[in-house]
Design a protein around this ligand. Structure first.
Ligand code: FES
Ligand code: FES
Length: 171
């Protein structure tokens, strides 16, 4: 029997698809995915978490950066099945009780984006940094976002946002 095809043409159900349990932004979810499906596509197309951006889809830009067990990864290069029972954090999980995360607030306050396509990935990389280096230097932030390409060239303000976020409370 041929697999069921969704409106985007992606095979969602078929003999080779498997259930994968993940913790996404603190919630336990199960996605039914073919083994080749990336974490990025599972997040965006199956869970509707489109804050994580799909740009190059080949590991060269960092727009798809999310945290897996606290570490930044390119979700376009990470298979969903490799995240079974692991903790995935995306940009949607950062704000709490209607209040932006300090890194998000710092991006707004320092005007650290233009088109915004790289922003979720930049923010997630800096969130991961602040958990191990609570008050980062400019160099620390530059290293943390070295894998996050900003085609608009907003780097000076992105670095300023990372340093300034280190002075705020919740990380
Ligand atoms: S979309 Fe994943 S690195 Fe560019
Ligand atoms: S703000 Fe446009 S790519 Fe960074």
């Amino acid at each position: 029997m041929p697999p069921t095809i969704d409106r985007r043409g992606a095979a969602l159900r078929g003999p080779s698809a498997v259930d994968v349990a993940l913790e996404v932004n603190g919630e336990r979810v199960v996605v039914h995915v073919p083994p080749r499906r990336t974490l990025l596509d599972a997040l965006r197309e199956q869970l509707g978490l489109t804050g994580t951006k799909k740009v190059c889809d080949e590991g060269t830009c960092g727009a798809c950066t999310v945290l897996v067990d606290g570490r930044p990864v390119y979700s376009c290069l990470t298979l969903a099945i490799a995240c079974e029972n692991r903790r995935v954090e995306t940009i949607e999980g950062l704000a709490k009780d209607g209040e932006l995360h300090p890194v998000q607030r710092a991006f707004v306050d320092t005007d650290a984006f233009q088109c915004g396509f790289c922003t979720p990935g930049q923010v997630m990389s800096i969130v991961a940094l602040l958990r191990t280096v609570p008050q980062p230097t400019e160099d620390d932030v530059k290293r943390a976002v070295a894998g996050n390409l900003c085609r608009c060239g907003a780097y000076p303000n992105i670095v300023a946002a990372g340093v300034s976020a280190g002075r705020r409370k919740r990380t």
